[in-house]
Design a protein around this ligand. Structure first.
Ligand SMILES: [Fe+2]
Length: 103
């Protein structure tokens, strides 16, 4: 689920963001996707009774929540506002196509 979400955003939305002057935000979000994988790797490698496991999980959750907040409340609306209805529809179609690649 996380992999599909990342694939769709990285291959379509972040690329559109860069094409519409939102390169810094797209690069930051893409960087954070890398750290989602890093957290999953590290949490998976740790024993669940390790005292550092829960604090790391909380940090991971906080990072994801901030990432989603920035996408949903700031950067995606900025992109959406720059696109025509037809372009927004094309982005949706392209995201669905990318999602099917991983289905
Ligand atoms: Fe994302």
């Amino acid at each position: 689920m996380i992999a599909k979400h990342a694939f769709q955003e990285e291959n379509v939305v972040y690329a559109e963001m860069r094409d519409h002057g939102l390169t810094e935000g797209a690069d930051r979000l893409n960087h954070e996707h890398g750290y989602v994988k890093q957290y999953l790797f590290e949490l998976g490698a740790m024993a669940k009774d390790d005292p550092a496991w829960l604090p790391k999980l909380r940090a991971f959750r906080a990072m994801i929540e901030e990432h989603m907040r920035e996408e949903e409340e700031d950067l995606f609306p900025s992109l959406r506002a720059q696109l025509s209805d037809e372009q927004n529809h094309s982005v949706t179609v392209a995201m669905n196509r990318e999602g099917l690649i991983l289905a």
